[in-house]
Design a protein around this ligand. Structure first.
Ligand SMILES: *Cc1c(COP(=O)(O)O)cnc(C)c1O
Length: 244
């Protein structure tokens, strides 16, 4: 076997493992795994690796998206292997106002609106580019200081949702979180459940029926996230292997 084919066999095996975890968790909670978007977290990966996984997911008929973390890495999607491949492109990383233009140009869904000034910068750049972008509000459901996001309360999230709704070029369509960084599954579940409850509350009390998306769950906690209602899971290392 050539080095290339064994690398792609390994990718396929990891990918099928992830899909089985996702489908099992969906089945346990009476959901359809195929209705949950599998977002590939592509940070540090090469265009070749990303293109290979896209092809495999297409063969398997899955809802997919690619997610970039780093504005500097967006450029790799101009690679001929990835350009115009029709896979929805998302941005999932920490946003900086001076990168808002690149992010708006690249991503049709921006997961990580974690401050008011970011929302304002995205609106300004989307307006200049003549684009309308869907956005998620990032919520810090774990209380960990290293994580960005609004506090997990309606008092904190309501005003940013109102501001986004008033922005002509941004449409708030859901919430995003990074689960608690712990091996205690109960604590992880509590943080992810908190996001769903907050979305339900905000949808009702802010009169935002379009607030549907829940972006939560990564390699380590995707089953819990699916059980708690995730509509998009963001998976990197469980598909591509450990990052260098
Ligand atoms: C890297 C990353 C992921 C995926 O993490 P893995 O543990 O590799 O699955 C998900 N969400 C965000 C915001 C990330 O930066």
């Amino acid at each position: 076997m050539t080095a290339d084919s064994s690398a792609s066999d390994q990718l396929a095996a990891r990918l099928d493992g992830v899909l089985a975890r996702l489908d099992d968790a969906a089945e346990r909670s009476g959901r359809d795994g195929r209705a949950i978007t599998l977002l590939m977290a592509t940070k540090t990966r090469t265009p070749q690796e990303i293109a290979t996984v896209i092809e495999m997911l297409r063969e398997r008929g899955r809802e997919i998206a690619v997610g970039e973390n780093r504005a500097q890495e967006i450029a790799k999607h101009a690679d001929p292997l990835l350009a115009d491949n029709g896979v929805p492109r998302h941005f999932i990383g920490r946003l900086q106002t001076n990168k808002a233009r690149d992010v708006v140009a690249f991503a049709e869904l921006i997961h990580s609106v974690d401050r008011t000034d970011i929302a304002d910068a995205l609106e300004r750049r989307a307006d200049m580019a003549g684009l309308v972008r869907d956005v998620l509000v990032q919520v810090n459901t774990s209380g960990e200081e290293s994580k960005g996001g609004f506090a997990p309360t309606l008092e904190a999230v309501g005003p940013i949702l109102d501001r986004l709704r008033a922005s002509e070029h941004l449409r708030p369509v859901g919430l995003m979180t990074i689960g608690a960084n712990t091996s205690d599954a109960n604590q992880v579940r509590a943080s992810l459940r908190g996001l769903r409850e907050l979305r339900d509350q905000a949808r009702e009390q802010c009169d935002l029926p379009e607030l549907e998306q829940l972006s939560m769950g990564m390699s380590g906690d995707l089953e819990i996230a699916v059980e708690e209602g995730a509509t998009i899971v963001r998976v990197g290392s469980a598909i591509f292997g450990a990052r260098a």
